[in-house]
Design a protein around this ligand. Structure first.
Ligand code: PHE
Length: 358
C-alpha cells in the first residue's frame, strides 16, 4: 500500500500511477531526484504479484538511479518506470501500451528521460519515440540512438570485478580466477566473453534452455540452478533478477566476493551485514551496474564520444569502489554504508535558476 511511511522511507519526489484501461496494465513512474538535473532511468515491463509489489520495485529502482548518476558525478537525477502487465501482450497491444507510455512521458516535459530495462529493448525505445517524446535514451542505432545498454553495462561489471579482485587477492589480473555468472542474457553473456578473454574460468547458470545450450557450446561450464549459490568460486556475479542475496542464499555462498549487474540484489539491507559476517566482500549493485545508464547518458545526453563514455564508466566504478573499500576498512564501516556515505555527498544541488526578466 502507498503509505506516508513508504513515501518518506523512499525519500523521492514524485510517484505517478496510471491505470491503462485497454491492456489492464499499470504504468508507474517514480521520480526520485531532480536535484542534480533531469531524472533518467529505464522502464521495466513485467508481471508483478499485485500493484504493491510493482510500486515497491519502482521506488527502490528509482533511488538506485540517483545513486548511479551521483557516483559518476553527472548532472542527472534518478527516476524509473514500471509497466506492470497482467499477462504477456500481443504485438499490437504492446505497441499501443508503449505509445501511451510515450504520451505520459511527454507530460513530464523533460524532467524525466527513459531508457530500456528488464523486459524492454532499444526497439521498444524506438516505439516510444514515435509518439514525439524526445526524452528517450538508448534507441536503436538504425533510428539514430546509441543502441543497447547491455554492452556498457557489461563493461562496467568487468571493471568492478577487477577492482574487487585487487582488494581481495592483491591483483586485478583475472587470469585463473573463477567467476560464476548468474544469468547468461544480454549483459551476462557479454560479461562472460570478456572474463574468458581475460583468462578467467567462467561458470554460468541460466534458466532459458536455449541460452544454456548456446553457452555450453561456446565452452562455458553450466551450473544447474540448485547449485548456483553453493558452487565454489572467487567471484559470484548475479546478472539476472534482484533479491537473490537473502537469508537463505547467503549462508550457502562459497565465494569471496559478490559483484554483479542485477539491480536490487539484496532482499533486505540487513543482508549486507550477513554477507560481511560470512566474510564475503559485496560490491554495491548500484555502482557495479552503472555502466549502462552512465554510458548511454554520456553519449546521448552529454555528447561524449564512445571512448570518453568508456573512460567515465571505468573511472567512476574503479575509483569509487577503491574509496569505498578503503573507507570501510579504515572506519570499520560496512561496505554499503561507506558507499552510501561517499555517494550521497556527490548528489549535487543545481543552482537555483532565478528568472530576472520583468
Ligand atoms: N537499465 C538501465 C539501468 O538500470 C537504465 C538506462 C539504460 C538508463 C539506458 C538510461 C539509458 O541503469
Amino acid at each position: 500500500m502507498i503509505t506516508e511511511e513508504l513515501m518518506n522511507d523512499w525519500g523521492g519526489e514524485t510517484l505517478m500511477v496510471n491505470r491503462h484501461e485497454s491492456s489492464g496494465a499499470f504504468i508507474i513512474v517514480a521520480i526520485h531526484s531532480t536535484k542534480s538535473g533531469p531524472a533518467a532511468g529505464g522502464v521495466r515491463m513485467k508481471k508483478y504479484d499485485g500493484l504493491d509489489q510493482a510500486v515497491e520495485d519502482v521506488l527502490k529502482l528509482s533511488s538506485a538511479m540517483t545513486y548511479k548518476f551521483a557516483t559518476a558525478n553527472m548532472n542527472w537525477g534518478g527516476g524509473k518506470s514500471v509497466i506492470s502487465i497482467p499477462h504477456n501482450l500481443g504485438p499490437y497491444q504492446r505497441t499501443e501500451l508503449l505509445h501511451d507510455f510515450g504520451e505520459i512521458l511527454k507530460t513530464f516535459d523533460g524532467s524525466y528521460y527513459v531508457g530500456p530495462d528488464v523486459g524492454t529493448s532499444s526497439e521498444d525505445m524506438d516505439v516510444i519515440f514515435q509518439t514525439g517524446a524526445p526524452y528517450v535514451f538508448s534507441r536503436t542505432k538504425a533510428s539514430g540512438g546509441a543502441g543497447s545498454s547491455a554492452n556498457p553495462t557489461a563493461y562496467g561489471v568487468f571493471c568492478a570485478i577487477q577492482t574487487t579482485c585487487k582488494r581481495l587477492f592483491g591483483t586485478k589480473n583475472l587470469n585463473d580466477r573463477t567467476v560464476l555468472v548468474q544469468g547468461a542474457g544480454n549483459v551476462g553473456g557479454l560479461l562472460m566473453n570478456s572474463l574468458r578473454d581475460a583468462g578467467a574460468h567462467v561458470l554460468f547458470s541460466e534458466t532459458s534452455p536455449k541460452l544454456v545450450e548456446k553457452h555450453i557450446d561456446i565452452g562455458y561450464r553450466y551450473i544447474p540452478d540448485e547449485a548456483v549459490f553453493s558452487t565454489k568460486c572467487d567471484v559470484f556475479s548475479p546478472c539476472a533478477m534482484g533479491g537473490v542475496l537473502n537469508k537463505h542464499s547467503i549462508p550457502l555462498l562459497s565465494c569471496k566476493g559478490v559483484v554483479g549487474a542485477a539491480n536490487n540484489q539484496l532482499a533486505h539491507r540487513s543482508d549486507a551485514e550477513l554477507l560481511e559476517e560470512n566474510n564475503i566482500l559485496y560490491a554495491p549493485d548500484y555502482i557495479v551496474s552503472l555502466g549502462g545508464a552512465i554510458g548511454i547518458t554520456a553519449i546521448e545526453g552529454e555528447g561524449m564520444t564512445f571512448e570518453q563514455s568508456r573512460d567515465l564508466i571505468k573511472s567512476s566504478i574503479q575509483e569509487t569502489l577503491e574509496l569505498i573499500y578503503e573507507m570501510s576498512d579504515k572506519d570499520s564501516l560496512p561496505v554499503l554504508d561507506a558507499a552510501d556515505k561517499i555517494v550521497e555527498q556527490r548528489v549535487k544541488r543545481r543552482p537555483l535558476m532565478i528568472d530576472t526578466h520583468d
